[in-house]
Design a protein around this ligand. Structure first.
Ligand SMILES: [Zn+2]
Length: 112
């Protein structure tokens, strides 16, 4: 006996924005240099299979993994302005304050 469940929902794909993989910027919410640039794309799902994208273009957001704060990249002109101009390689590794903050558990959750 086979049952069919038609379950509607949504699925959000999140990945690092291409070209920004090595970019680490300051979080405007908690102040830590721990935010990365993400591409977020929401899809309508049927039976857990993504069928239709909610938007034609993915959102580009700056997200902080410490306080879970996300904001649209259009509010961060500094991120796009700095992109490709400041060498960020090795910066995170030589940043003990940032490493300690990254190891700390998130104390607050903030969802948009
Ligand atoms: Zn933060």
């Amino acid at each position: 006996m086979v049952f069919f469940f038609f379950t509607c929902g949504e699925h959000t794909f999140t990945s690092r924005l291409k070209g920004y993989e090595d970019v680490t910027v300051q979080c405007m919410n908690c102040g830590n240099v721990s935010a990365h640039v993400f591409k977020r794309w929401q899809w309508f799902t049927l039976c857990f299979v993504p069928i239709i994208p909610f938007s034609f273009k993915p959102y580009h957001e700056v997200g902080c993994h410490i306080c879970r704060f996300f904001q649209d990249i259009k509010y961060r002109p500094d991120v796009e302005a700095n992109h490709g101009q400041i060498p960020m390689n090795g910066y995170g590794a030589q940043h003990p304050a940032g490493a300690a903050a990254a190891a700390a558990p998130p104390e607050q959750h903030q969802y948009k």
